[in-house]
Each structure stands twice: as structure tokens, then as C-alpha cells.
Design a protein around this ligand. Structure first.
Ligand SMILES: [Zn+2]
Length: 66
């Protein structure tokens, strides 16, 4: 069965990317997704000055690297 796969340009690197089963859509990869999020997170989105409360559910900041 043939199905037309729509390729959309990645907003980060403009690479034709398939949205079918792509967990990083509209980005082509996790790399581009992180880059884009990091861009607005550091420039547009400003975290207000609030005291860090350690009242979470054992949040671990691991995952970086690769
Ligand atoms: Zn990309």
C-alpha cells in the first residue's frame, strides 16, 4: 500500500522531514528540537526570580550527553 508521505522542512535546519511517526516533529531530529527550544528558552522565555523549592518528585537532571 502506497501512502503519500508529506515532507516538511525542519524549522531549524530546513531539512525535508517526514512527520509520520516522528516524535520530534516538526523538527527532523531531537538535536534540532533541542536547539530550537533552547533558543527561545534562553532568549524569549525568561524565568522569573523565584526561590528553588526542593519539593518535587525526586527530579533528576540527567539525560545530557550522548
Ligand atoms: Zn533539522
Amino acid at each position: 500500500m502506497l501512502k503519500t508521505m508529506a515532507l516538511r522542512p525542519c524549522p531549524t535546519c530546513r531539512t525535508p522531514t517526514s512527520w509520520e511517526g516522528n516524535p520530534f516533529k516538526p523538527f527532523c531530529s531531537e538535536r534540532c528540537q533541542t536547539r530550537d527550544l533552547g533558543a527561545w528558552a534562553s532568549e524569549s522565555y525568561r524565568v522569573p526570580e523565584k526561590p528553588q523549592e526542593e519539593d518535587g518528585e525526586g527530579w533528576t537532571g540527567e539525560g545530557e550527553g550522548g
